[in-house]
Design a protein. Structure first.
Lengths: 384, 398
């Protein structure tokens, strides 16, 4: 067992944390979020220059030879800085699919993802599918040698900035069948793709993405036709581990800000941090954060294990982080009093991000159920 | 003890229901939860009720109260909540008015109560300051007597909807040498149009403009604007806070909120079935409703004690704590119910040309914003920590 980071991972952390400190302070972020574009392509280029976009890819794919732990390191720093650029959708999700794609797909897209020239968004959720990855109304029908895609994807994070989508669609079977899900790469400028772009409550951008008779070739399929769900689940679990890391970063800062505020804010002639009820609350926040970090490591270290182990690990982490993030966020606001409610202070923005992380890739209820269902699979079968 | 409505009470309910159906402004139906209402929208129902004589039920009858029993007032809240009515705001009706009719002079009653009753005059609450939140008695804003005027200087903050206010009631320090901070404070009414009053917006985390900083620079008001005795404003302040707290429970509104949550959970799907049919979510709603029932019956007991002549006591802190926890939980569950569509920032969207602003089902719009906004409820009106301190000190004797 080893919980140490490699030298490269330490360097990624240090250089990224410096970059965020110097160029991603809260006021700058506020301006960026309010700008027309909503992000900074120049910052994305700097991330590429630092090697962040290549970090989690193998050397043979042209990456730096890292993996999920590298993505974890990056995402935790992103969480601390409330970074809005689309690392999770493009590198973790887009890259996660394409590194498992055909040689041709790798050649066409992986280098672009790593250089930052291609940006992916993951179009999986649907208006009536909630968090169920196979509850798909989007269809891809055989059309000559290729497919024709029709459907509506909901709240696709990072879509306004994307050049490409990874899209899940049903190629056979009934609406929620595990079999019959296929994964496609679709260029955003493909004929028949349209979007409605909007900001999200936590400072990102997203789109409703509409596919109307979008023709794609057979080469656009990532993995196997009809058999895409296991791949989707795998990449989603990796994304969950990365998202948990982001939540840990956000929790850490929200907690630190709160402790600091409680030291300085005086009421009744004393720092409010002297009130035991608040001290214990901040101790609980601290414990939530520590346990979230533990669960994030656990889920990250288990992404390559067998399917049930991996899924349970991801769900367990997501449950803990959902609950911990909610507690830390709510209490950070509460202990800041009225100031916590203001747009002006950063703490409220951490609270908002933590709130929305719970709703991404399945909330506490969804993952508690998934964990429970998977545990039932684990049960020894009673002898007849 | 008996839970049934008497025939008279049933008749009263029908009368109220009919009045609301016939008179509640059609254009405001169902917008009750929106936060970006205009001044006229906030006041529309208040003014109609003022004409009917129903805008201030809780006041003593001689000032325009309705003399309703606690059961009738209960019915009144329930019936208004059924249509999500935009009720008269508390700052005039439930805060300053009771102070005025309890501590004010006859002239003050004549001068101020009619405008509050009719809804023509908007009041705001100038209590909190940057350095005086939970520790309200440490207010620093000063009022210095100069001839027949008070000259007020200082900064108030978190002044809710002061952008619409005609008048404000302010806690000011009038005796800086007093031994205890609670002594030496006075309760003074200020016309918000007076030179030297400046209201600056504060943006909250949901993006809305609900509160303000209120700066007072050499603001001169007549000495007659003092309510109660000079340096005894703390008595008014505390009296008012107890009134503020009991109104804060919001039982009828939360009951309506649970109904709406059920409706949303019946439309939202999970694995193709209504969310409300998922045991997990249905149990959460049940839990919320059970907690709300406990609050409701606690409030009914409190109201009964009040109508037996006991004013709101430290027990009203229970209503404040539990009421706000339930309001927050309600918005939290609504956020959960709408799933992915909690994320779009509706107020930040450009119209798409078809006059549609939001995306996703209508019921999903503003759910996250409302959840964020409702975190305020455990902070304002005396934070829930302060309420627990009150109970432990006043009731448990610790
Ligand atoms: C099953 C059992 C086994 C034990 N075994 C041993 C043993 O092997 N050796 C040994 O030496 N002792 C032992 N103890 C004693 C144990 O350490 C004491 O019970 C413990 O330290 C608490 O002290 P107390 O019982 O006097 O409670 P108190 O100290 O009187 O505490 C009463 C309550 O007040 C709270 N409290 C006290 N101070 C504060 C504060 N500053 N802030 C907030 N809350 C506070 C406590 O948390 C507790 O809830 C044992 C106790 C139990 C119950
Ligand atoms: C949306 C909103 C609207 C408001 N509207 C108005 C208005 O119209 N007029 C007005 O005058 N005010 C208004 N307020 C102000 C409100 O009353 C104060 O925010 C509240 O009293 C808390 O004060 P504070 O914000 O300074 O927090 P602080 O007093 O600084 O409290 C910070 C934290 O410390 C805790 N704390 C403080 N003292 C203790 C203690 N002794 N023991 C344990 N914990 C403690 C608090 O509970 C809180 O969690 C509003 C506030 C908000 C958020």
């Amino acid at each position: 067992m080893d919980f140490n980071f490699t030298e490269e991972q330490g360097m990624i952390r240090d250089s990224l944390s410096r970059l965020i400190r110097e160029q991603y302070d809260f006021d700058t972020r506020r301006k960026v979020v309010a700008s027309k574009e909503g992000w900074r392509p120049a910052m994305w280029a700097q991330f590429a220059e630092l090697g962040l976009l290549m970090a989690p890819f193998s050397e043979e794919d042209g990456g730096l030879g890292g993996g999920p732990i590298d993505a974890m390191v990056v995402m935790e720093e992103f969480g601390k800085g409330l970074v809005v650029e689309p690392y999770l959708p493009s590198v973790v999700c887009g890259g996660g699919f394409l590194k498992r794609g055909s040689d041709a797909q790798k050649a066409e897209h992986l280098a672009g993802i790593m250089s930052g020239e291609q940006i992916f968004a993951f179009a999986y959720a649907e208006p009536r599918g909630r968090y169920n990855l196979s509850d798909l109304e989007t269809t891809a029908k055989k059309e000559g040698a290729g497919f024709s895609i029709n459907g509506h994807k909901a709240v696709v994070i990072g879509a306004p900035w994307a050049t490409h989508f990874v899209v899940t669609a049903r190629t056979s079977g009934g609406r929620r069948d595990a079999k019959g899900v296929t994964v496609f790469v679709v260029a955003k400028d493909a004929k028949g793709v349209s979007t409605r772009d909007y900001p999200t409550v936590d400072g990102r951008r997203a789109s409703e993405v509409y596919f109307e008779n979008v023709s794609v070739s057979a080469e656009a399929v990532v993995g196997e036709v009809d058999n895409g769900l296991p791949l989707v689940e795998l990449v989603t679990d990796e994304a969950i581990a990365a998202l948990c890391a982001e939540a840990c970063g956000a929790m850490k800062v929200a907690h630190e800000m709160t402790v600091e505020y409680s030291r300085n804010r005086k009421q009744f002639g004393t720092a409010i941090g002297k009130f035991q009820v608040l001290q214990h609350r901040m101790v609980d926040m601290f414990m939530e954060h520590e346990q979230s970090v533990s669960m994030t490591y656990m889920a990250t270290l288990k992404v390559d294990e067998d399917e049930v182990t991996r899924k349970k690990a991801a769900s367990a982490a997501k449950v803990r982080i959902g609950q911990g993030g909610r507690f830390v966020g709510q209490q950070a606001i509460q202990i800041h009093g009225g100031m916590g409610m203001t747009d002006e202070l950063a703490v409220g923005h951490y609270f908002k991000r933590l709130t929305m992380i719970d709703a991404e890739f399945g909330n506490v209820d969804y993952h508690l159920k998934r964990y429970t269902d998977l545990s039932a699979i684990d049960l020894p079968v009673a002898a007849e | 003890m008996n839970l049934d409505f008497s025939p008279e009470e049933v008749a009263f309910r029908d009368e109220v229901r009919t009045f609301i159906t016939e008179n509640y402004p059609k254009e405001l139906a169902g917008v009750g939860t929106r936060e970006d209402l205009s001044r006229d929208e906030f006041l529309a129902w208040h003014k109609i009720l003022g004409k009917k004589g129903w805008s201030v039920p809780a006041w003593p009858e001689k000032y325009g109260g309705t003399g309703w029993t606690s059961t009738q007032r209960y019915i009144w809240s329930e019936e208004n909540a059924r249509v999500d009515a935009i009720m008269p705001l508390p700052f005039g009706v439930a805060m300053v008015a009771p102070v005025i009719y309890t501590f004010g002079t006859e002239e003050q009653k004549k001068e101020y109560l009619p405008g509050i009753r009719s809804g023509d005059v908007w009041w705001c609450q100038g209590y909190s300051e940057p350095g005086a939140g939970s520790d309200l008695a440490s207010v620093k804003t000063t009022a210095v007597r100069d001839g027949d005027e008070w000259v007020i200087n200082g900064q108030k903050t978190w002044t809710t909807l002061a952008q619409f206010a005609d008048w404000g009631f302010f806690l000011c320090r009038t005796d800086p040498t007093a031994k205890k901070p609670q002594e030496g404070i006075s309760f003074i009414l200020v016309n918000m149009k007076t030179p030297g009053v400046e209201v600056r917006p504060i943006k909250l985390i949901d993006g809305g403009h609900e509160v303000n900083e209120t700066w007072l620079t050499d603001v001169r008001v007549p000495v007659g604007n003092l309510v109660g005795k000079e340096n005894e404003g703390w008595t008014c302040a505390k009296f008012l806070l107890a009134h503020e707290r009991s109104g804060i429970a919001g039982v009828a509104r939360s009951k309506r909120g649970v109904e709406k949550l059920r409706a949303i959970a019946s439309e939202e799907l999970i694995d193709g079935k209504p969310l409300i049919q998922s045991g997990d979510f249905a149990r959460k709603i049940s839990q919320l409703e059970i907690d709300l029932t406990a609050l409701e019956f606690t409030e009914l007991r409190t109201l009964a004690a009040e109508s037996a002549g006991k004013g709101p006591g430290p027990e009203s802190s229970i209503l404040k704590i539990k009421g706000t926890e339930i309001q927050q939980r309600l918005t939290e569950l609504t956020l959960e119910a709408v799933g992915n569509y909690a994320a779009p920032y509706t107020a930040g969207m450009e119209p798409d040309g078809s006059n549609e602003r939001g995306v996703g089902p209508d019921h999903s719009n503003f759910t996250a914003e409302t959840y964020f906004n409702m975190r305020k409820t455990s902070i304002y009106g005396g934070s829930n920590e302060i309420q627990r301190n009150i109970i432990s000190k006043m009731i448990l004797g610790l």
